[in-house]
Design a binder for this molecule. Structure first.
Ligand code: ATP
Ligand code: ZN
Length: 292
């Protein structure tokens, strides 16, 4: 029955019909809403570029891409970028490929470092821009995905999202390339990135001594592809409201172990904007209870 049903769809050459089948099969209520959503991806490297491609193929409305780096030959052990794109900025190379794959997606390329004063300002104002969806509440994007590879940049995404009351998802791949994680961060409701500092920071080890100078970190297209897939699957569930959105999902490839957990915000968090959001969340409790 299933096979027959699916072979009938192969006749239809419209890529959207396969996505729309999610609706007919009762997985998603209204798949077409995907065209209304904006997602910002910070870091267009091994995870971020693949996540961008997946969202583009899913027919997302708008993608905002941030990275300061250029495509290098050394990136060819990852997915997405091609040798002829070496020397281009990652954001421009991504726009080139993604607009070919799906010209319907609105693509915005920001070649900048979010940790600089100027970069942070542009990052914030681009997130606030509501021209794409003027009736939307809150910021101009529905979700921010952090796909950077360092602590400092993650703390900056955390700062921006706490200030804007913007839900975001964090992702990471370990230095030995065999494990990774994704995490959902809702300001005031779940732990922010500063609420529960990673073990390395808590133990006072300098990140630069961890990332040894001249010794390159390992990387595997498989692990990065899996983490990007987990991240975008969680993104689709969050945006289209189906299934369970994981607050934290780990991936340990050596034992195929996928730990999950949830973290509450820390009432003593060092981030002032996080404390503000925690206060708002507590004040809004009666309204939440009334709806429930
Ligand atoms: P490697 O570190 O192994 O050489 P990479 O730098 O491409 O590779 P990835 O983990 O594949 O690292 O991707 C992380 C991406 O995040 C990179 O493209 C990097 O330029 C980007 N990134 C990191 N910090 C920032 C920042 N502060 N602002 C903008 N982009 C950033
Ligand atoms: Zn916090």
């Amino acid at each position: 029955f299933l096979f027959h049903d699916m072979s009938a769809e192969v006749v239809d050459s419209n890529p959207y019909s396969r996505l729309m089948a999610l609706q007919r099969m009762g997985i998603v209520q209204n798949y077409e809403r995907i065209r209304e959503f904006s997602v910002a991806i910070v870091g267009i490297g091994g995870v971020g570029s693949v996540a961008a491609e997946m969202l583009t193929r899913c027919g997302l409305g708008r993608l905002l891409l941030y990275d300061y780096d250029k495509v290098e030959l050394a990136n060819m052990n990852r997915l997405f970028f091609r040798p002829e794109q070496v020397g281009m900025t990652k954001t421009d190379a991504a726009v080139q490929t993604l607009s070919d794959i799906n010209p319907d997606v609105v693509l915005e390329s920001y070649t900048l470092n979010i940790t600089t004063v100027q970069g942070f300002e542009t990052f914030m104002s681009s997130l606030k821009n509501k021209t794409f969806c003027p009736s939307k509440e809150g910021s101009g994007v529905d979700l921010v995905l952090s796909c950077v590879d360092n602590y400092e940049a993650r703390m900056v995404v955390n700062q921006a999202c706490n200030e804007l009351n913007q839900t975001w998802m964090e992702s990471g791949v370990s230095e030995d390339a065999v494990s990774g994680h994704i995490q959902l961060l809702i300001p005031g409701e779940t732990a922010c990135f500063a609420c529960a500092p990673p073990l390395v920071v808590a133990s006072g080890v300098d990140e630069r001594t961890l990332k040894r100078e001249g010794v390159c970190a390992a990387s595997l297209p498989t692990t990065m592809g899996v983490v990007a897939g987990l991240l975008v699957q969680n993104t689709l569930k969050f945006l289209l409201k189906f299934g369970h959105v994981s607050p934290y999902l780990g991936y340990s490839s050596l034992k195929d172990f996928f730990p999950t957990m949830a973290m509450k915000p820390n009432p003593h968090c060092s981030n002032a904007a996080c404390l503000e959001r925690q206060k708002d969340y507590i004040l809004a409790k009666p309204a939440r209870d009334a709806v429930a």
